[in-house]
Design a protein around this ligand. Sequence first.
Ligand code: F0G
Length: 367
Amino acid sequence: MAHQWRGVIREYADRLPVTEATKVITLGEGGTPLVHARQLSELTGSEVYLKVEGMNPTGSFKDRGMTMAMTAAVEAGAKAVVCASTGNTSASAAAYATAAGLKCAVLVPEGKISMGKLSQAIAHGATLLQVDGNFDNCLDIARKLGESYPVFLVNSVNPARIQGQKTGAFEIVDSLGDAPDIHVLPVGNAGNISAYWKGYKEYSAPFETANGTLPAVATKTPIMWGFQAAGAAPFVAGHPITEPDTIATAIRIGNPASWDTAVAARDESGGLIEAVTDDEILAAHRWLSAKEGVFVEPGSAAGVAGLIKKHAAGEVPSGKTIVITVTGHGLKDPQWALRTEDGSDVQPVKVPNDVVTVAAELGLEEK
Ligand code: F0G
């Protein structure tokens, strides 16, 4: 029977901290495609799938957590919410605050967020402040505002966000019939790797709810592989970085808030968190759009860059099931598609309004 997806809270209500009485704030997030990546599968000899999170209402995975955070904000009687962001969290917070009828303030690092994300926050009516500092500085201020002023913090340090984001793992298991062998994703503030690991663990064991115990859905948990941008790789360094730098602005973060839970996800799963260069990120970005038909923003390609790099090093097993979360839509930051491998701009070919010339330009001969 046809089924209209109801958003992650209603779909997974029995596994989230909500009750029948909860007033759910949703824009229909989740239920995103799990796309078989033909070329990556051929490359690695494993079955590789992409969890395409750009298909969420505001174009990134943040919406899964934001439906929970905004629902919690309303439940707490908040009138205003605040977040720090490299762009996607602010776009999501602004949209969900609008749906909730709440005021929204967002703090972003000046000059370091993409135009698409900036426009989203403005379009949804958020008060956007560009801070003379990086994301980590923005998050410091947002936390202090949440502690000492009447605003509700919706960054992933709010546990409601992680609760919502864990549903990504549920959907993957529900689609594949079991957990994958390896789960790959970009790591920035480290909320998502923590959330996926929580989701996979909860789905692979009996789960206690107010109405009884749910049976395990998955027979195993995956190995978690996280990838950071080389210029913003505190987990690789083993300590926070004060001046993170990468073209992948979404993950330009030096002092991840979810440090301990990300390290736990890595170590409990027998996984790793490694770095990929900006060039490797851009090559993976091109691979996804030109070979798989999936358009993502650069930061989202870090996981794919990592898989390609590990494959080149002979470290990707064949015959396995591998899922890579591609976290945000390519239209958020489209300029990178218009740049060729050597760094020059793509120039569209101009033609006169004439079929014969157009056919010649396309190399077509008349039938
Ligand atoms: N990919 C994208 C597109 C992101 O926007 C982010 C984080 C990540 C990956 C990393 O996820 O932080 O959970 O490790 N963006 C945040 C923001 C920081 O403000 O939008 P993470």
